[in-house]
Design a protein around this ligand. Structure first.
Ligand code: NAD
Ligand code: MG
Length: 402
């Protein structure tokens, strides 16, 4: 009998936000499997030197930067070494590389609202979408999920908690949790760097302290979100959309070791958890290879070294952003859009030292308390509300930092 060697099919990939934390981890996994993955496009905002280095290693067909001036620079550098990568600029070019007919899979790893349109373009084009950019789903949940099902796209969550839950659920889980015997999703949270700090100490934290996460190495915006627990709030909203859950069906559990990445509780009393070292290459490799499994370059968990797992309830008095996000999801409509936009402005102002750490939650609460309306019925209305909320937040920052 002849033995056939297994030959995986080659996937063509666009990595949106390739120079970021998720982007570089994605390229690390891709680089381990040249027989499986071929890079079609790489994109960055302003990090042109980092993008040049990635272009030289991964030889994409297309590279995208934000400004025409940066694109011209990259074009000249690549031409100098005789590399034929096409270089484009601007937000529309991001959508083009996300929907290109030759692309199989898109890693959506741009941070913030800027990632919404290209992630949506990938979904509308029916791609395999690896979604790291949670803000896209927070802003446009219903529209995004609708685009995925209409176009027959495959949506795989990369956020470690959602990836964990995905692994703990039955393969077909649409139509509400109860239908599949699931009573609750348990979203774990590290608690961030200030988990044990007093309110008085939290009032004075610096951007450097907020960005020094105890377990994960991440971009600056998500690091601050993790410190305020807004990240868990955004993830609660993300989980509602991904798994057809209500906010009441999601329990946030602070688990400082970040070894259990999340859990699903079933009606029969079973709780299924996914565990692993805190390394984003695991969920990224899962998304890339699904339904198969590939080496991610991550060590197997050493349970003797972990030794113990702790759990506690989140303190929503010191970390009000989690409750703000839950309320926004319960309120529905444009509230999550307003929450996300105000938070992006507030985090940016904190990173620029224009406002203090606790101002982030206050600012988001204040913008959410103003009258806004509109339905999430088109992407244009979502973007209009996003702009309105940003403007409100920016005016407040200007006043507070004057
Ligand atoms: P990052 O800041 O390290 O990288 C962001 C990437 O997006 C960079 O390549 C940057 O050039 C690009 N970018 C930024 N602004 C842009 C704009 N206006 N237009 C086009 N491109 C732009 O961020 P990250 O930590 O890699 O996070 C990326 C996304 O993944 C975020 O939505 C985050 O919430 C999510 N996520 C990250 C982690 C993590 O461990 N880092 C975990 C879960 C989810
Ligand atoms: Mg996460």
């Amino acid at each position: 009998m002849s033995q056939q060697t297994y030959q995986p099919s080659l996937q063509r990939i666009t990595v949106l936000g390739s120079t970021g934390s998720i982007g570089t981890s994605t390229l690390d996994v891709i680089g381990r499997h040249p027989d499986r993955y071929d890079v079609y496009a790489l994109t960055a905002h302003t990090s042109k030197e980092a993008l040049l280095a990635q272009c030289l290693t991964y030889r994409p067909a297309v590279a995208v930067l934000d400004s025409e001036a940066d694109a011209t620079w990259l074009r000249l550098e690549l031409k100098r070494v005789g590399q034929p990568t096409e270089v484009n600029a601007g937000p529309e070019a991001l959508c083009d590389v996300a929907r290109d007919a030759s692309v199989d899979c898109v890693m959506a790893a741009i941070v913030g609202a800027a990632g919404l349109l290209p992630a949506l373009a990938a979904a509308e084009a029916g791609k395999r979408v690896l979604l790291a950019n949670k803000e896209a789903l927070v802003m446009s949940g219903a529209l995004f999920m609708d685009a995925v099902s209409r176009a027959g796209a495959t949506l795989l969550p990369i956020d470690s908690e959602h990836n964990a839950i995905y692994q703990c659920l039955p393969a077909e889980h649409r139509g509400g949790l109860a239908r599949h015997g699931i009573s609750q999703l348990m979203l774990t949270a590290s608690g961030g760097p200030f988990r044990t700090w007093s309110q008085a100490d939290i009032n004075n934290v610096t951007p450097e302290q907020a960005c020094a996460h105890p377990n994960w190495s991440m971009g600056r915006k998500i690091s601050v979100d993790s410190a305020t627990l807004m990240n868990k709030g955004l993830e609660l909203i993300e989980a509602c959309w991904l798994f057809d859950a209500t906010p009441e069906q999601i329990q946030v559990v602070v688990h400082p070791q970040s070894v259990i990445h999340s859990m699903a509780a079933y009606q029969d009393g079973s709780v299924i958890a996914q565990l692993g070292n805190p390394d984003m290459r695991t969920p990224i490799a899962y998304g890339l290879a699904w339904p198969e499994r590939i080496d991610a370059g991550v060590e197997t968990l050493d349970l003797f070294q972990v030794a113990r797992l702790d759990f506690e309830a989140p303190d929503e008095a010191r970390f009000p952003c989690l409750g703000l996000a839950r309320d926004a999801m319960q309120q529905g409509g444009m509230a999550p859009v307003v929450l996300n936009a105000a938070n992006e402005v507030a985090v940016d102002a904190f990173l620029q030292r224009r406002v203090g750490f606790t101002a982030i939650g206050q600012l988001v609460a204040d913008v959410l308390s103003r009258p806004f309306h509109g339905h999430v019925d088109s992407i244009e209305s979502v973007l209009a509300t996003d702009q309105w909320a940003r403007q409100q937040a920016q005016e407040m920052v200007a006043r507070w930092s004057a």
